[in-house]
Write a protein that binds this ligand. Structure first.
Ligand SMILES: NC(=O)c1ccc[n+]([C@@H]2O[C@H](COP(=O)([O-])OP(=O)(O)OC[C@H]3O[C@@H](n4cnc5c(N)ncnc54)[C@H](OP(=O)(O)O)[C@@H]3O)[C@@H](O)[C@H]2O)c1
Length: 333
């Protein structure tokens, strides 16, 4: 290609939770594609909480390598192709990381068809892995329309889809929790949750018991204090979708909830999930989501951080930022 592209690399490992002064932006020559490869000019890069533990340690995915690009999903357009299936200008989702130009195997990219109403970055949020995660989470926790549901991290990428799917499927009551009054307003006014709780000022367990009398399904994006409140408020036979535990990311680990015996006394079921085990459910998810998006019952919020130099700010927003609603992306347009 003969062009120089910029990319974000891990310069050093963070010393503590919230230390994101660990990235560097470097320039590299973009190679020509080998047979079977495509070169993609990315327009938006995914920023995910699961990246935070990978800055320091192996998780279900290996830790990031010092001096190498930060791995992530991204969307963009093909600018050079050495594969018959792809032509200049095609829109794709790919896993080429936090860089302007990604050279990737053509077999690993997925075609998307953005429109003015459904921009490309929607495939990093509502129609992408976070949306599928919400769908799978309700599935593994055996959602029924009679359920009283609590979703934590409800203003985020996964949580915002989980509350809207639960509402659209007729859940009896949907409770969403998030940090701050502004996010709580977003939950009720935009996402349509029945009850919004601010975990920074509300006593979650007391408030949930007060307004619902008890929940049937807890969709856990936070862990720690929130999981403890869920164990205290779940009804007998209640179910937990263990999706994420962001309260502990970037720490040495969270203490276990002090009330784990509730699992026995209430005969609770806690089901862990990794979305990558459920990629076969994507067609079923899209069949439900695309109609809901078209009818306005599944709204998509994207918060954009401008350019590769905003990587540290974008990452910090995942640990709490009143301005971040829905999916966080680094915008390269
Ligand atoms: N299992 C899987 O396959 C899978 C796939 C994707 C994501 N996940 C998990 O799902 C969860 C949500 O991911 P996402 O992509 O949708 O991220 P996100 O919710 O868009 O961003 C993370 C949110 O976490 C909240 N948060 C941070 N620290 C917190 C704390 N101490 N207590 C309560 N809330 C806190 C922040 O919201 P507030 O401003 O409201 O605090 C922040 O907006 C994460 O735990 C992630 O690891 C799992």
């Amino acid at each position: 290609m003969g062009v120089i592209g910029r990319e974000v690399v891990l310069e050093r490992r963070p010393a503590r939770r919230g230390d994101f002064d660990c990235f560097d932006v470097v320039e590299r020559r973009v190679p020509d594609p080998l047979p079977g490869q495509v070169v993609i000019a990315s327009t938006a890069l995914s920023v995910d909480p699961s990246m935070i533990p990978r800055l320091t340690a192996d998780t279900y995915a290996p830790k990031f390598t010092l001096g190498r690009v930060i791995e992530s999903r991204a969307v963009g357009r093909v600018v050079s192709s050495a594969d018959d299936r792809w032509a200049h200008g095609d829109w794709v989702v790919h896993s080429g990381g936090w860089r302007e130009f990604a050279v990737v195997d053509a077999a690993t990219v997925t075609r998307i068809e953005p429109t003015p109403d459904v921009p490309a970055e929607t495939w990093l949020g509502v129609l992408g892995a976070p949306g599928l995660t919400a769908f799978v989470g309700l599935d593994v926790a055996r959602f029924t329309p009679d359920d009283v549901v609590w979703v934590s991290g409800a203003a985020g990428a996964v949580g915002s889809v989980a509350v809207q799917l639960a509402k659209a499927r007729g859940a009896r009551i949907v409770v969403g929790s998030a940090g701050g009054r502004e996010k709580c307003r977003y939950l009720t006014e935009v996402l349509g949750v029945d009850v919004a709780l601010d975990y920074r000022s509300d006593d979650l367990a007391a408030a949930i018991l007060d307004v619902t009398g008890g929940i049937d399904l807890y969709f856990d994006n936070v862990g720690g204090s929130h999981l403890q409140a869920a164990l205290a408020t779940l009804n007998v036979g209640g179910r937990i979708a263990a999706c994420g535990m962001v309260e502990g990311y970037g720490t040495a680990g969270l203490p276990a909830p002090h009330n784990l015996t509730e699992i026995i006394t209430k005969r609770l079921t806690m089901s862990g999930l990794l979305v990558t085990d459920h990629l076969d459910k994507r067609p079923a998810f899209l069949a439900e989501a695309v109609d809901l998006v078209a009818s306005g019952r599944l709204t998509s919020s994207i918060t954009k951080y401008d350019g590769l130099d905003s990587a540290a700010n974008a990452m910090s927003a995942l640990l709490g930022d009143a301005a971040k609603l829905g999916k966080a992306v680094i915008d390269l347009t």
